[in-house]
Design a protein around this ligand. Structure first.
Ligand SMILES: [Zn+2]
Length: 295
């Protein structure tokens, strides 16, 4: 069995010191591909450089470029124009636009940032719309962040009908919401949410969804797994806070996979194979990628 972490912020400083060891661990666990979304203009270069350094190494690292709704403060159309130019220049290297999206909690807290709720939505929607447009023009998939925003995201995705769709990252929600995205060609990023037994609605949805619509992700170093599934050593390193261990790491893909396999009816091999071919389908099947890999 082979695995891909479809969403990991591997350029985060939390990983810098231990990156070689971490990648060696990934290799041992057959986590052979890590997809790294960008979050703001501040990390574009880091993400591109990280991926370049690891191109065709045992672990392939694939970069994405995009601006996350959490990091829009102070950003204007100038930044979107710069992003457009950088994407055009990096077209043969990046595999998606991301992470982009809409976040209802950010909008609700807008006053803390000196904005109204309405202005925050407008700002977020402008950036989301603009970046979907880049994806359409460049024929790239998107990696979509959602939080309290399914109803606002859906009309955008319906309008753009992206050919390569993309991933609804860190999916949590109902079966109906999931099927809405799947009908538009999207895959759902399955991460630490399913390790929390309280996430009943999401777990029940993932149990019933077509296997062809799921991919694995950690979102590391964010989104720690539930303590319910960690072993004693892992728990003591978190509770004691003795080490500088990041709260989450790409090696947790295996734990998430095991939880998914326990939820699903299919056998583990079949699940792992299908998850990998889902990744192939979104990111590596088009002529664009084949030609870029050769060049
Ligand atoms: Zn993320």
């Amino acid at each position: 069995m082979q695995f891909t972490d479809s969403h990991c912020h591997l350029d985060d400083v939390a990983f810098t010191a231990q990156l070689p060891q971490l990648l060696a661990q990934c290799q041992q666990l057959a986590i052979n591909r890590i997809i790294v979304p960008a979050i703001s203009p501040k990390n574009f270069d880091n993400v591109l450089t990280l991926a370049k350094t690891h191109h065709n190494k045992p672990i392939n690292i694939y970069p994405c470029l995009g601006i996350h709704p959490w990091f829009l403060q102070g950003l204007t159309d100038i930044h979107l124009e710069q992003l457009t130019a950088l994407i055009a220049k990096s077209k043969n290297n990046i595999i998606a636009i991301g992470e982009i999206g809409l976040d209802g909690a950010i909008a609700k807290n807008a006053e803390a940032y000196g904005q109204t709720v309405e202005k925050s939505w407008q700002h977020q929607q402008h950036f989301f719309d603009y970046q979907l447009n880049i994806a359409k023009e460049q024929n790239l998939p998107v990696i979509v962040h959602h939080r309290q925003s399914h109803d606002k995201i859906m009309p955008f995705l319906k309008r753009y009908k992206l050919e390569n769709a993309g991933i609804i990252h860190g999916f949590s929600g109902s079966y109906q919401q999931a099927m809405g995205y799947i009908d538009l060609g999207f895959k759902l990023g399955i991460g630490s949410t399913i390790t929390y037994s309280r996430a009943k609605k999401t777990i029940n949805a993932i149990k019933r969804l077509p296997l062809s619509s799921l991919v694995l992700e950690t979102d590391a170093p964010s989104m720690p797994l539930s303590k319910e599934i960690l072993n004693k050593d892992e728990l003591s390193s978190i509770d004691g806070n003795k080490t500088n261990t990041p709260a989450n790491s790409p090696i947790n893909i295996i734990k998430i996979f095991n939880v998914l396999a326990a939820i699903r009816e299919e056998d583990s091999e079949q699940i792992a194979d299908q998850l990998e071919s889902n990744i192939e389908q979104i990111f590596f099947n088009s002529f664009r990628i084949e030609s870029s890999v050769k060049s």
